[in-house]
Each structure stands twice: as C-alpha cells, then as structure tokens.
Design a protein around this ligand. Structure first.
Ligand code: PLP
Length: 428
C-alpha cells in the first residue's frame, strides 16, 4: 500500500501561520491528498461540506483501485493461478484492515456488503428469519430510512412490531423512553452511532447494555461514525455494526458488517450462488462457514482493496486526531451561525460529530443550497433520508453542512458568508 502523499504527520498538523491555529489538523495540507478538491467549481474554490452524503477520495485510494486493475485483477477464492491467489490475498488483507478499524476480534467476523443499507437488509433477512408474530424491533426516532424500512419489511412479513424511542427537542435520544419501550418481546435494537441529520452521538455502549439486559440484540448503524472517530465493537459490545466504504474516503459499492462470532456461526444465508456454498447437489446444498456464506457471487474485489487503502489512510492520520479536528470546525461553525439572526440550528445535543443542520428564516433549504453552490460551497438540503425525524421537528427538511478531515476554517467562512449573502438576496 502506498504512503499518503504528504506522509509527515507534523506537516499535517495545523500550521502556525494564522487562521488554522485552533485546528488540530491542517485541512489545507490534507486537501492536497484529494485531487478533486483542487478543482474549481463554478470558477470558485470548492468548499466541500457534503461529507455526510459521501466523502472525497485521496490519491492513495484512487491509486489502489488503478493498481489493482493494472496489476492484480483476477477472480478470487476459486483460482489455482498466481493472479487469483494474489487478488484473493489483497481482498482478505482488506478484510483484516476492516477488523483493525472496528477492533473486531477476528477478520472472519467481517462480512463485505455494498454499504450500510445492504448490511442492515442482510441482518433483517438472515437473522430476521427467527422473528415471529408478537416480536418487537426497537429503533430510535433519529434513524436513517435504511435503519427503519428493512425492519418495516421484516415486520410486514412476520407480524412483528416496529417501535421507536422518542427524541428530545435538542435531538438527543430520550433514554427513559428507550428503556420504557424495551421489554421481553424486544428482539433487536437498531441504533445510529451518529445521526446523519443532526450529528448527535448516541451513548451506544449504554444503549447496547440496556438492550442486552432486556434480552435483545443490538445493531449499530455506523455510517456516520467510522470516519469521524475511533470505533471499538468489543468495547461497545454490539452484536452487529454496519458501515459504508464511501463515507470513509473509500470507493462506492463496498462496505462492511461486523457480526459477533457466536451469532454469525448460526446465521442462515440470504443470497444463494457461487462462493457461499460448501457443496451443491440436486438433493440439497451445504453452506460455507464464516463470512463467505454471505458473499455469494463475484464481490466488489477492487472496492474492498480500495477500502483497505482508505482505512490505512485514516488510521495513519489517527481517528482521534480527525475527531478533534472536526470537533473544532463544528465549534467554530456553530458559533458563527448562532451569531446570524434568523438562523435556527436543528440538533444541539451535548455530544455531536461534525454535522451542522440548520434553517434560515424565510429561505427554503433548497434555495439556500443553490445560492451557496454559486459560490462553490457544497452542502445538502432536504430530509436527509430521515423523514420521521423531520416530522418530529415539524419541518420538511434542513440545510446540512458536514465536515471531514480536509476541511478548514476557510470552508466555515465560505459557508457563513454564503448564508449572509442568501439573506441579503432574499431580503430577510
Ligand atoms: N445510515 C446513516 C446514518 C446514513 O447517514 C446513511 C447514508 O447517508 C446510511 C445509513 C445509508 O448508507 P448507504 O447509502 O451508503 O448504504
């Protein structure tokens, strides 16, 4: 694997030349690792603040994909020739990188999937085969649709019930309500580690403990967490942990699901085909052991290799360092936005990741997003695939700025200036 382009960590720490002094990392130096960020957008410097939707890719990830197809491409697991063995090694090495990222006990606890959505659907369809009428699934009121709809489908198939725990006006989970909804019928609890719409960091270890005390399993949606701080599935003690590669600087179409080994060993398959079997005959088939049982067909081999490179990249910088950097950016952005009259922040939890959701009086979030775009500021506007959460706040959507390791105070300034400009244009 290549070293990052600017591999000296000291070079990457915030420089003492003025504006970035309060930040832990120098986003401007790190941005040089990401070729797309050097591109002018609408003839302006790009301030990319849509990292919650997807992150940009560093050169090391682009190179890993290109080198894979240039030097290593072959189908995995069933080849006797050198290239196939080499490709299999790379694919499995990347699985070990995912294990390291999550501090999973074993690489065999990691199933490759297309992303968080597929991971949760996999759990709903495999583990979900044990669900019966009368059982309950409990999620929080701040879940992404991908941690709601697979459970609704499961409930529709089985006669089980989907419940949700309330959230407070600051966008935190109401723990008392969560506890009250847990009961002996609860079979699984689905929790976002970090809310994509609000940035709230949920007290996952505590919630997992409560779920286990009630006899339920716990699934954590880590889509907005893995790139923004260190994750330890053993410390969280969760049973399932899902994330998407594209939100952690890796390729699209690849992600991972951690499953506790004692659960994985008995999970039935969900998709049939090559690679997931032990033997096949017309009388019946037997299944592969380990994660292969859930990886039918030719997987996204290059994607896995690219994901491995992305994980190496963030681990070289340090996830705690990244978390501190983004937290400083969030603090500066929050302070600046609160100073603007007519701006209302949605989601003011005590513990937040680098996501700022807001509304500006008299301006629809889509209009705001369009005006910001004319100045090269990329944000997201809408319901963020969290319609029940938006209903809770009685709003159709928000404008959302979400930070990554390559952002800096110039990006925050561009956001704030864009909001003020929009207010002028709308006369509000
Ligand atoms: N969960 C959360 C919290 C998300 O933010 C997202 C995507 O934004 C998802 C799940 C779905 O991720 P993907 O579309 O990569 O499957």
């Amino acid at each position: 694997m290549n070293a990052p382009l600017n591999s000296s960590v000291t070079q990457r720490l915030a420089s003492a030349d003025g504006t970035d002094l309060s930040l832990v990392l120098d986003g401007r130096v790190l941005a040089e690792d990401f070729p797309i960020l050097a591109q002018a957008v609408r003839k302006r410097r790009l301030a990319y603040l849509d990292n919650g939707a997807t992150t940009q890719k560093p050169q090391v990830v682009i190179d890993a994909l290109s080198q894979f197809y240039t030097h290593s491409n072959a189908n995995i697991h069933r080849g006797v020739h050198w290239l196939s063995q080499h490709s299999t090694d790379l694919y499995e090495q990347a699985r070990t990188q995912v294990q390291r990222l999550l501090n999973a006990p074993d690489s065999q606890d990691i199933i490759y999937v297309r992303g968080t959505t597929e991971a949760i659907n996999l759990v709903a369809q495999t583990w979900g085969q044990s669900i019966q009428a009368g059982d309950e699934i409990l999620v929080t009121g701040m879940e992404h649709h991908s941690n709601i709809v697979p459970w609704q489908l499961l409930c529709a198939r089985t006669g089980a019930t989907l419940r949700h725990a309330r959230i407070t006006d600051t966008g935190e989970l109401d723990i008392a309500d969560f506890k009250a909804q847990l009961n002996s019928r609860t079979r699984l609890v689905g929790i976002a580690h970090v809310s994509n719409a609000l940035g709230t960091i949920n007290p996952v270890a505590n919630l997992v403990r409560l779920a286990h005390e009630a006899g339920a399993l716990a699934l954590v949606d880590g889509a907005q967490a893995v790139a923004h701080g260190s994750v330890d599935v053993q410390a969280l003690d969760c049973d399932f942990y899902a994330f998407s590669g594209h939100k952690i600087y890796g390729p699209t179409g690849i992600g991972a699901l951690y499953v506790r080994a004692s659960i994985l060993k008995d999970l039935p398959p969900w998709q049939g085909g090559g690679d997931m079997i032990h033997t096949v005959s017309f009388e019946g088939s037997t299944w592969a052991t380990g994660p292969q049982r859930f990886e039918a067909g030719t997987p996204h081999i290059a994607g896995a290799v690219g994901l491995g490179a992305a994980i190496q990249y963030v681990m070289d910088i340090g996830l705690d360092t990244i978390a501190a950097h983004e937290s400083a950016l969030l603090a500066r952005a929050t302070e600046a936005m609160q100073e603007i009259e007519g701006v209302r922040l949605i989601g003011t939890a005590a513990h937040k990741a680098g996501i700022l959701s807001f509304l500006v009086d008299g301006i629809h979030p889509h209009d705001l997003g369009t005006i910001l775009d004319t100045d090269g500021v990329a944000i997201r506007a809408g319901h963020h695939c969290a319609m029940p959460l938006m209903s809770h706040f009685g709003i159709p959507g928000t404008a959302r700025a979400s930070f990554a390791l390559y952002n800096n105070l110039q990006d925050v300034d561009a956001l704030v200036a864009g909001v003020r400009k929009a207010q002028k244009l709308f006369g509000v």
